[in-house]
Design a protein around this ligand. Structure first.
Ligand code: C2E
Ligand code: MG
Ligand code: MG
Length: 577
């Protein structure tokens, strides 16, 4: 049943219309004559009206009636009725939003019913279109995961805020927040958990700032915040501190208790910039500085920060080029078997032969490579290069030598890892038992089920597996039992304290005994002195690696060493920056 409000017609005209449609069973319409605009509006608001018939020359309507009615019609379609000499008036009403018009003298039953039906249908479609347009607008301006404003809307809001602040002489603070080590969570627990965490962070941010302020997600794990009308940078710093506290509380996601921290950079309008781009850029620069100062803190932008930021950017760009320009080199550090005193293998350690800075240490670029994802290409390059070199060692007298290659967390999460490794082995011809993959302890412990499945696949290939930097993370001995690993490497930090530090000695002893009781091999890393050598010898540790025997050396030196097969002296370490 359709309810049609009729406004402006005389009683006689209303009766005539009523008679026209009376008794139509296929499309039942009830005509409701109304006395005033107010009456129509009230019924419309209650949702009791489906269509409005407005007689433009009627008794009540004045010249502004259509406009007023249209504004108050809440999308209910309007059909105007006019005298035959006033088609122009009707047309202008249609242009202003009426769905249709009918000339009074020419109305018949079918024309009226068809017009009512089509008007309702058209306005329903228009409403649907409006909803999808609005949704489209919302999606274009909001982040699909967290529902927060995206970069586009953030920029727009910031520009508006800056105009307002300039007129009213107010200050604005922009906070640039980046989660610390978020990639590690994504890499180890998967993107599903990463997404949940981002949503959780977004919620906490919204709960921490005022409703009038804006939080946006710029992409990835980066969020930005506009604090309107901030008194001074001290005020902004207080909020940054509050945000850091709120974020560092544990998140409970998919049965995991996750701890995450953030680094925040703060820039102020007008002190640090007067346009949106430079204010955001400077907050970003300050954020980088906060990261550089140990993460989980905030920094206010200072002019002097620009230089370090650009250094970082240049480093990132040139590292990308380093891979394609063949600037990476592999060095090899021998591992000595304690029983025989002979070299049992080498660990491959990457270096960057930088055109200006000389040999750059992995400690300088591996974190950046991990942060940017470049580590997967680097690891693959090192794996291939190490296997190629190791294949040739037999020619120089090295028999059954093992080559150990480090693998990053990100590489470890790749589904294709077993295929990559067996591909490189097939390509280079290195026997699988000569390759040992080193994975750090914190990495294997992050996602135990995943670790077990990947390690199992690697074992099927026939390669050896060792846990690097053991003792630094939080290993559960129970899990360790389930991992098909061959060797533990005692972390260098425990070795360096020997023989002075009693705790280091106790921990090193415990690791060696643990490995032996679990039937695992054990390698002491970073052995620099005769005392340390004697200590591990007394524990019957399998092998050792360290400057006492040799620093990591270029492949030419490995070949020389193998040819002369002399006992390793303690050469001067190769200088790296
Ligand atoms: P790591 O795997 O634990 O490697 C041992 C590090 O200890 C090497 O540092 C080595 O040069 C150093 N070292 C060995 N003996 C001694 C010693 O007696 N005294 C001292 N003070 N240091 C010693 P390097 O080459 O700077 O590598 C640092 C870390 O970078 C490595 O630690 C490894 O985690 C990472 N890395 C190196 N190459 C690669 C690679 O190809 N891929 C990945 N993902 N990481 C790599
Ligand atoms: Mg290693
Ligand atoms: Mg290590």
């Amino acid at each position: 049943m359709i309810s049609a409000a009729l406004l402006g017609s005389t009683r006689r005209e209303a009766r005539e219309l009523e008679q026209l449609i009376h008794g139509d069973s296929s499309y039942a319409v009830t005509l409701l004559p109304m006395r005033s605009l107010d009456e129509v509006t009230k019924k419309v608001e209650k949702g009791e009206i489906d269509v409005i018939l407005l007689d433009l020359q009627g008794v009540y309507p004045s010249s502004g009636t259509f406009k007023q009615l249209y504004e108050q019609s809440c999308g209910v379609p309007i059909i105007v009725l006019t005298d035959d000499d006033d088609e122009n008036l009707a047309l202008s009403a249609v242009q202003a939003g009426a769905q249709d018009f009918l000339i009074k003298g020419e109305i018949d039953k079918n024309a009226l019913l068809r017009s009512i039906r089509y008007s309702i249908e058209r306005s329903r479609l228009a409403a649907q279109l409006e909803v999808s347009r609005r949704l489209e607008r919302h999606l274009a301006q909001h982040d699909f995961l967290t529902g927060l404003p995206n970069r586009l809307l953030f920029l727009d809001r910031l520009q508006q805020a800056l105009r307002h602040a300039s007129r009213m002489e107010k200050r604005i603070a922009v906070l640039f927040l980046d989660l610390d080590s978020f990639k590690r969570i994504n890499d180890t627990l998967g993107h599903g958990t990463g997404d949940q965490l981002l949503k959780g962070v977004a919620r906490r941010l919204c709960d921490t700032i005022r409703e009038s302020d804006t939080v946006a997600r710029m992409g990835g794990d980066e969020f930005t915040i506009i604090l309107f009308d901030t008194k001074d940078s001290y005020d902004a710093a207080k909020i940054a501190k509050k945000i850091l506290d709120v974020i560092s509380a544990p998140f409970f996601i998919d049965g995991h208790e996750l701890f995450v921290t953030a680094s925040i950079g703060i820039s102020m309008y007008p002190g640090d910039g007067i346009d949106a781009d430079s204010i955001i850029k400077r907050a970003d620069i300050a954020m980088y500085r906060a990261k550089g100062c140990g993460k989980n803190n905030f920094k206010l932008y200072k002019l002097s920060m620009d230089a370090t930021f650009f250094e970082h950017l240049t480093l990132e760009n040139s590292l990308r080029r380093a891979i394609t320009n063949n600037e990476l080199v592999t060095h090899f550090q021998p591992q000595i078997c304690l029983k025989t005193g002979a070299v049992s293998g080498f660990e491959a350690l990457v270096r960057w032969q930088h055109p200006q800075h000389g040999l750059v240490s992995p400690a300088k670029f591996i974190p950046l490579a991990e942060e940017t994802g470049m580590i997967t290409s680097i690891d693959e390059w090192v794996l291939r290069s190490a296997c190629q070199h190791a294949c040739r060692w037999e020619e120089f007298g090295g028999k059954n030598l093992e080559i150990a290659v480090n693998l990053s967390a990100r590489q470890f999460r790749r589904k294709s890892l077993p295929d990559v490794i067996s591909g490189v082995l097939a390509e280079t011809g290195l026997p699988p038992q000569c390759l040992c993959i080193e994975i750090t302890e914190s990495n294997v412990m992050q996602n135990v089920e995943h670790t077990i499945s990947v390690l199992g696949k690697l074992k099927e290939i026939g390669v050896k597996l060792s846990v690097d930097d053991f003792g630094k993370g939080y290993s559960s001995l129970n899990y360790l039992k389930r991992f098909p690993i061959d060797t533990l490497k005692v972390d260098r930090s425990f070795v360096s304290g020997i023989p002075i530090d009693r705790d280091d000695m106790a921990i090193s002893t415990a690791i060696v005994v643990l490995a032996q009781s679990m039937d695992l091999g054990v390698v002491a890393e970073g052995v620099e002195t005769a005392e340390q050598l004697a200590f591990f010898r007394s524990l019957r540790c399998d092998s050792m690696q360290g400057y006492y025997f040799s620093p990591p050396v270029p492949h030419e030196r490995v070949e020389e060493l193998l040819r002369s097969s002399t006992v390793l002296a303690f050469p001067k370490p190769v200088e790296i920056v």
